[in-house]
Design a protein around this ligand. Structure first.
Ligand SMILES: Cc1ncc(COP(=O)(O)O)c(C=O)c1O
Length: 398
C-alpha cells in the first residue's frame, strides 16, 4: 500500500512511545518508576467531575457549535479577563479537542509550502511536526541552559528571510520547565511585530509558574501597545488535571480563529460536549484545588532539583514552571556501561529503563543532546527512590 508522503515526513510521538514502554514493563511485573509522565498525577477536581455528570444527566450529550459551546467560549473570556487581564470576545475563541488540536489547526490555517517557521530548541516534540505537516519548514534556534533556555535576540534578529511567516514560543516550556522573563518575551514580540511574523504562543503551562512572573504573550503585547499578531493556545489538561478530557482552546484574531474553526469543523465537528460542560465549571468555579496543586508541584520541584544536582557531574538549573526538570547528563555520553558505549541520551535512558526500571525521556528527542527530561508529577517518595536507582547506575558508568 502506498501511503501519502506526509506520513513519512513526520516522526511518531516518542514521548508517548517511552510512556507505553514503561507501562509494558510494569505490566510484565517489574517495579517501574516513571518520570516520563506529561500529565499531573492528581485526579480531576470533584466539582469538575460533578459538572460532567450533570451535563450527561441533563442531555448535554449532543454535537455543539463547531467552535465550542457559547457558554464555554464565554467562560474562556471570563477566565482570560480575570487571570490574564485581557479582554476578548467569544468570537475570538476556538475550543478544540485538546490544545494540541488548536496548535495543529493554527499551523494548518497559517502556514503552507514555501513558508518557514521559527521554533526554539529544546522544543516540544510536536512543534516541528505540526509545521512540517502544514508543508512549511521549521527553522530551529538553539537556546542554552546557562541562559535559562532563553534565546539570544541577535539569533532572531539576524533572520532576514522573507519566507519566514511565524514563530512558536512556549513559556513555561516542555521539556525544560523554563519560564522566559517578561523582558525576553517582550523583545521577541517586538522583533515579530517588526518583521511581520505571526506568533503562536503555547501557554499550556501558564498557571504552573512557581515564582511570580508574567508569561502571557498577549498581555505583554497589550501592556506595551504592540500590534504583534498572536494566537494564544491554552489547555484544560495541565491546570485542572484534565488530560484525558481533551479540551483546549485558542484565542486571537477573529479571521484566523474562523479559519481554524473551518478546518476543525471538517475534521472533527466539535470537541466533546461533556468535556466542554465540565470545562465551564473548571474555568469559572472554585480555583482552590489549582492553588494546592501548584504548591505541591513547587515542593516537589525543589526536592527533585536538589537530588539531581547531588548526582556526580549532573547539572540541573531550577525550572520556573511546568512539572519538568531538565538536567544535563553530558558527562556520561561517550562513556561505557557494562562495556557498551553510551552514544547519546537515548542510550542512557534505555539503561535507566532496562537496568533500573526508571522511565525518563531522552533530551535528544527534544533537540537537546545529553539532556534528560524528568517529570515530577509523582510523589516525593517516588522521586527519592527513582533518583537513588539512577545514582547506582551512574556509579557503574566508566
Ligand atoms: C508544550 C505543550 N503544548 C501542548 C500540549 C497539549 O496539551 P493538550 O492535552 O491540551 O492537548 C502539551 C501536552 O503535553 C505540551 O506539553
Amino acid at each position: 500500500m502506498k501511503l501519502a508522503d506526509r506520513v513519512n515526513k513526520i516522526k511518531p510521538s516518542f514521548t508517548l512511545e517511552m510512556t507505553s514502554r514503561a507501562a509494558e514493563l510494569k505490566y510484565a511485573g517489574h517495579d517501574v518508576i516513571s518520570f516520563s509522565a506529561g500529565q499531573p498525577d492528581f485526579n480531576t477536581p470533584d466539582n469538575i467531575i460533578s459538572a460532567a455528570k450533570s451535563a450527561m444527566d441533563n442531555g448535554l450529550t449532543k454535537y455543539t457549535a463547531g467552535s465550542g459551546m457559547i457558554e464555554l467560549r464565554d467562560a474562556v473570556c471570563q477566565k482570560v479577563k480575570r487571570e490574564n487581564k485581557i479582554d476578548i470576545l467569544p468570537e475570538q475563541v476556538l475550543v478544540s479537542n485538546g490544545e494540541k488540536q488548536s496548535l495543529y489547526l493554527a499551523c494548518q490555517a497559517l502556514f503552507q509550502e514555501g513558508d518557514e517557521v521559527i521554533i526554539f530548541s529544546p522544543y516540544w516534540v510536536s512543534f516541528p511536526e505540526f509545521v512540517t505537516l502544514s508543508g512549511a519548514k521549521p527553522i530551529l534556534i538553539n537556546t542554552e541552559s546557562k541562559n535559562n533556555f532563553e534565546p539570544n535576540l541577535e539569533d532572531i534578529q539576524k533572520i532576514d528571510n522573507e519566507n519566514v511567516k511565524g514563530i512558536i514560543i512556549n513559556s513555561p516550556s516542555n521539556p525544560t520547565g523554563a519560564v522566559w522573563s517578561e523582558e525576553k518575551i517582550l523583545e521577541v514580540l517586538k522583533i515579530s511585530e517588526e518583521k511581520n511574523w505571526i506568533v503562536i504562543s503555547d501557554e499550556c503551562y501558564e498557571r504552573l509558574v512557581f515564582d511570580e512572573q508574567i508569561t502571557i504573550s498577549q498581555k505583554i503585547a497589550n501592556n506595551n501597545n504592540l500590534k504583534t499578531e498572536i494566537i494564544t493556545c491554552m489547555s484544560m489538561s495541565k491546570t485542572y488535571a484534565m488530560t484525558g478530557w481533551r479540551i483546549g482552546y485558542a484565542f486571537g484574531n477573529i479571521d484566523i480563529i474562523k479559519a481554524m474553526s473551518k478546518i476543525q469543523g471538517q475534521a472533527t465537528s466539535c470537541a466533546n460536549s461533556i468535556g466542554q460542560a465540565a470545562s465551564i465549571e473548571a474555568l469559572v468555579g472554585d480555583q482552590s484545588t489549582v492553588d494546592k496543586m501548584i504548591e505541591v508541584f513547587k515542593e516537589r520541584r525543589d526536592y527533585m532539583i536538589q537530588l539531581l544536582n547531588n548526582l556526580p557531574e549532573v547539572d540541573c538549573r531550577i525550572p520556573g514552571g511546568a512539572f519538568y526538570a531538565f538536567p544535563n547528563f553530558n558527562f556520561y555520553i561517550g562513556k561505557t556501561y557494562k562495556n557498551k558505549t553510551i552514544n547519546d541520551s537515548f542510550d542512557l535512558c534505555e539503561i535507566f529503563l532496562n537496568e533500573a526500571y526508571v522511565a525518563t525521556i531522552p533530551g535528544d528527542g527534544f533537540g537537546a543532546p545529553g539532556y534528560v527530561r524528568f517529570s515530577y508529577a509523582v510523589d516525593k517518595k517516588t522521586i527519592k527512590n527513582g533518583i537513588d536507582r539512577i545514582e547506582k547506575i551512574i556509579f557503574e558508568i566508566k
